[in-house]
Design a binder for this molecule. Structure first.
Ligand code: GLU
Length: 555
């Protein structure tokens, strides 16, 4: 023990605090028994991935539906892999999707919460207290093996068909003395600190995963690295220390970590921490041809949360879609509770799929259309404007210049029990509504009018000419339509479809064809929402001007 103490002081001379000091710095949370404390713990090694967003949502829901706490912890101890701007990017993306944390770094404000710092790189001193504690107890030791020595070890293990790794007899420095360590250090050798694993693969660890159910695995016997050469902890060690001190009750994370649970439970045990619950989330899958596969972090752009933001999916659409992936009964629930916010649905984590949910774009699109159709024109304008400001400067300019007009446009077909569903993503807005804007309408007519080939130009012109004469912006819908019917009759088209169907040979077409000609003249589109509504929004001057322009252009 005396030797251990000397060794600990030799390796970490500056560390004077004890675990107890940490326990009083981070007192137990005073929450209801049933309240869950969860966290999302991304590593800033790139952009937010759909799998990360999914895990963040599960964590956020479990905490908040139980009146608990969900915090954001940045796991940035792998300094070599850190990508500049990644932290801000991840935080902003989570915010776009409406995932809000009670503690940790925020979008605009600094850090909130009493269990910080919430960035692991700022917690080095905390980890070292616990590393030193393990050194003193003889449960950790310095390892001076060079990369070459470790390679040699692997080679020998391979030759002897032994299990790979640094453990048991193979662990060269497992029983290093204070004196030996001092000599190595005097030679200027760098070192890591390893756990002296008390485990044996002949024993089993047993635990019940919240998602995967009961699991048995061999105990860990590897002397894993807990503190790296640079003084930062490994993921495993930081996980144990942070989740314990920060009062996490439920760790929800990607199932790539499932195989590390024996290491983590062992760390909790040697550190004297109460174990917490784990739920390992199966990855989100994508269709590739006819088979399902995981998203590739490097190759699949559609595996990045940014991909959905850039295309203009409202954050809520992706979240509601993910809710249906988390629990398949969410969809029925939302049909039965159309007005209730998704947060009223109770997530049951044990009902999550263990085989990996498939990201189905068609399904996401349906939900997105629905979410957008439920917005008021003003809400739609506000949300789309924020998006356009960042991703579509032309649209943003139009939205800024014609706010009132834009809201009127977005109002078309929005009121009533069956609102229009022609927008899936914000990037649809420009193509769907471009004809309302003279700038874009004029560009389109430069390429000619989209008249159906069956309509002779002289007839189209004559119809528009007559319509321009009778057009009165103040007409109500019936009067307006009567005028079109009269026009139809005048030019040899049936007044209504029924008449036409009875005797098609007697007519050039029906009133629908006449309306189509006017539609093309006014919008240069053959399919639009109700033409009367469009004229109301275009306004008197713009409508007259477009009719005139059509007549000029058809000369
Ligand atoms: N930093 C880890 C990762 O990004 C987090 C895993 C966890 O949630 O514990 O994979």
């Amino acid at each position: 023990m005396a030797d251990n103490r000397l060794l600990a002081d030799l390796l970490l001379p500056e560390v004077t605090l004890q675990p107890e000091d940490m326990f009083s710095r981070y007192p137990k949370r005073t929450l209801d028994e049933s309240a869950k404390v969860t966290r999302f713990a991304p590593s800033p090694t790139g952009m937010l991935h759909v799998g990360g967003l999914y895990a963040a949502l599960v964590s956020e829901r479990l905490a908040h539906q139980s009146k608990g706490i969900c915090y954001l912890r940045i796991e940035d101890t792998d300094r070599k892999r850190e990508v500049d701007g990644s932290i801000q990017g991840i935080i902003k993306a989570l915010d776009y999707f409406g995932i809000h944390f009670d503690e940790g770094l925020g979008v605009s404000v600094g850090e909130a919460g009493n269990y910080g710092p919430y960035k692991q790189s700022k917690r080095a001193d905390i980890y070292q207290v616990f590393v030193k504690h393990l050194l003193v107890k003889g449960l950790a030791y310095p390892c001076f093996c060079s990369a070459e020595e470790l390679a040699e070890l692997r080679k020998q293990q391979k030759e002897q068909s032994a299990i790979q790794g640094y453990y048991g007899e193979w662990a060269k420095h497992r029983n290093i003395t204070f004196q030996q360590a001092k000599e190595e250090m005097e030679k200027g050798k760098s070192y890591v600190i390893r756990l002296k694993s008390p485990g044996s693969p002949n024993n089993k660890v047993r635990f019940t995963d919240l998602i995967k159910g009961y699991i048995e695995m061999p105990e860990n016997n590897q002397d894993i690295v807990i503190l790296k050469t640079d003084g930062f902890p490994t993921y495993h060690f930081a996980h144990a220390v942070d989740d314990y001190l920060m009062g996490t009750t439920h760790v929800l994370r990607a199932d790539e970590w499932l195989s590390s649970v024996p290491v983590h439970l062992q760390l909790f045990d040697v550190l004297g921490f109460k174990r917490l619950s784990y739920g390992h989330i199966s990855p989100i899958m994508k269709m590739d041809g006819t088979s399902k596969r995981k998203f590739s972090k490097r190759k699949d752009l559609d595996g990045l949360a940014e991909f959905y933001i850039r295309q203009g999916y409202p954050g809520q659409a992706v979240i509601e879609y993910f809710m249906s992936l988390i629990n398949s009964n969410y969809e029925d629930w939302s049909i039965n509770n159309p007005k209730a916010p998704f947060t009223k649905f109770t997530v049951e984590i044990e009902k999550m799929s263990t085989s990996g949910a498939l990201l189905d774009i068609d399904k996401l699109n349906d939900i997105s259309k629905d979410v957008i159709s439920r917005l008021s024109a003003e809400q739609l304008y506000d949300q789309a404007y924020i998006w356009a400001d960042k991703y579509d400067p032309d649209l943003s300019e139009l939205m800024g210049k014609y706010k009132e007009y834009f809201i009127k446009i977005l109002s078309i077909g929005r009121i009533g029990s069956k609102p229009r569903k022609d927008i899936i993503v914000w990037s649809d807005i420009k193509p769907v509504f471009s004809y309302f804007f003279d700038e874009l309408y004029n560009t389109s007519i430069n390429e000619g009018y989209a008249l159906p080939p069956t309509v002779p130009a002289d007839i189209a012109k004559a119809i528009v000419h007559s319509y321009a004469k009778v057009f009165n912006y103040m007409d109500d819908k019936d009067t307006w339509f009567d005028k079109i019917k009269n026009l139809a009759e005048k030019f040899g088209f049936a007044r209504d479809v029924k008449l036409y169907k009875k005797n098609p040979e007697a007519y050039k077409g029906n009133v629908g064809d006449v309306a189509m000609i006017l539609r093309v003249a006014l919008t240069n589109r053959s399919a639009t929402p109700d033409l009367f509504d469009i004229i109301q929004v275009l306004g008197m001057d713009r409508t007259s001007c477009r009719l005139k322009k059509f007549l000029e252009n058809m000369n």
